[in-house]
Design a protein around this ligand. Structure first.
Ligand code: UGA
Length: 429
């Protein structure tokens, strides 16, 4: 198939590269000249495991190309995926102007049947808006279909999530669109759920909101564990063995961040409001998530008394491991809270320091965990990077001013730290 991807951010680029790997000819388009120039030189605009190698091989084999020209993209493609950004506006609603622009440009340019697939995360009823927008711009009456094919890609695992999905969801209005998308995804061997467009749109927002709810639920349970001496890891294990509950997304910690959960939760809540339903549960999920950040700072205060004049060493800045993404990372709010109280922050992250430097400018960035610990009054873990598991704890103890570890991700084992004389505070244990 000839496929066009409009918007070459995280979702667009992974989708384009993976579809090319499946044997299709793909053209990835983006308005940013700089991004496309870099991609032509095989320089990735962000870090995603396996992606650079994949882009390199499919480009070399001639199945993936890059352009800033939407007309060229529309002319060369039978199927067009809209993967443009849908950032939050003030108030939480998604800004869909890029989706509108892409639909208009596609409709103005197409000279024969096209299938236009929304892949960006959008509020329910966006498919209808795309269709109406295209009808208005499509003065020659060229036939087309609109479909919704939400993505369920986790950053850091996006290539593998694309190639081995739990399910593929396609929301369609015609048999022709259903057949095209079913044939496209059949080789992946995953269950394909065919729905109407609105249901597919809701599946995306409801899935992310549900996962976020699971995280806030276990975080709330972690508070009860702390007050009673129970261990949230054991509680999660015991709950998670029930097939109806499942162990995934029951890791208590400093709460969720990233470009998806916080934004999608707000957007879903806003859609509900616009439809006349007050989805209070989602607001509470968000509130609990915020509280996890302040709870961590409270734990530090409980050990250090005043934070003013103290130095706090932070390990991990990205919103989760295996990414350099800092969007809505818990580290941002926590560092800001610490600095507001007059603490100095030293930090190390294996991948996210370049990004962090643009956001957290007062932080002293260190070359490794040991330099971070050196002279700090306490060490705080905010991202569960694998490399922090194997720290030389005895060495860390000699470098810290006070042997205090606040583990915001329950990464370390208290039984390894306490015998060495550390004060260890995890989340819910
Ligand atoms: C999430 C979803 O998992 C994907 O299915 C979805 O496609 C994507 O959003 C999206 O909408 O594009 P992602 O944001 O990459 O993916 O990251 P997750 O692995 O889901 O983690 C999100 C946040 O939750 C991270 O900050 C992570 O640390 C936190 N988390 C996750 C917890 O605090 N506890 C858990 O048990 C799991």
């Amino acid at each position: 198939m000839e496929i066009g991807v409009v918007g070459s951010g995280h979702v667009g680029l992974v989708t384009g590269a993976c579809l090319a790997e499946m044997g299709h000819r793909v053209i990835c388009m983006d308005d940013s000249e700089e991004k496309i120039e870099k991609l032509r030189e095989r320089l990735m605009p962000f870090y995603e495991p396996e992606l650079a190698e994949l882009v390199e091989s499919v480009t070399r084999e001639g199945r993936l190309s890059f352009t800033t020209d939407i007309e060229e993209t529309v002319k060369a493609s039978d199927v067009l995926f809209i993967c443009v950004g849908t950032p939050s506006k003030e108030g939480g609603e998604a800004d869909l102007s890029a989706v509108e622009k892409a639909s208009t440009r596609i409709a103005e340019t197409m000279d024969d049947y096209r299938l236009v697939v929304e892949k960006s995360t959008v509020p329910v009823q966006t498919g209808g808006w795309i269709r109406r927008t295209m009808e208005a711009a499509n003065r020659r009456g060229v036939p087309f279909d609109v479909a919704c094919n939400p993505e369920f890609l986790r950053e850091g695992l996006a290539v593998s999530d694309f190639m081995h999905p739990d399910r593929v969801v396609i929301g369609v209005e015609s048999k022709r669109a259903e057949e095209t998308l079913t044939n496209l995804y059949l080789p992946l061997g995953a269950p394909i759920i065919v729905t109407d467009i609105e249901s597919a749109e809701i599946i995306k927002h409801a899935s992310n909101s549900f996962l976020a709810t699971k995280i806030s639920f276990i975080n709330a349970v972690s508070v009860i564990c702390e007050k009673t001496g129970a261990d949230v890891l054991k509680v999660a294990e015991g709950m998670g063995c029930d097939g109806r509950i499942g162990r995934q997304f029951l890791d208590a910690g400093v709460g969720f961040g990233g470009s998806c959960f916080p934004k999608d939760l707000k957007a879903f809540s806003r859609i509900a409001e616009n439809l006349g339903y007050d989805f209070k549960l989602l607001k509470e999920v968000e509130r609990i998530n915020q509280e996890q950040r302040t709870r961590l700072v409270k734990k530090l205060r409980a050990e250090l008394w005043n934070l003013k004049g103290k130095t706090v060493g932070i390990l991990g800045l990205s919103y989760k491991p295996d990414t350099d993404d800092m969007r809505s990372a818990p580290a941002i709010e926590i560092v800001e809270l610490l600095e507001r109280e007059g603490a100095t922050v030293r930090a190390y992250d294996p991948k996210a320091m370049d990004t962090a430097k643009k956001i957290l400018q007062k932080v002293q960035y260190c070359k490794d965990p040991y330099e971070t610990a050196d002279g700090s009054d306490a060490l705080v873990i905010l991202t569960e990077w694998e490399e922090f598991r194997g720290l030389d704890l005895a060495k860390i103890k000699t470098l810290l001013k006070k042997a205090i570890v606040i583990d915001g991700r329950n990464l370390l084992d208290p039984d390894d730290l306490r015998p060495l004389g550390f004060v260890y505070k995890g989340v819910g244990r």
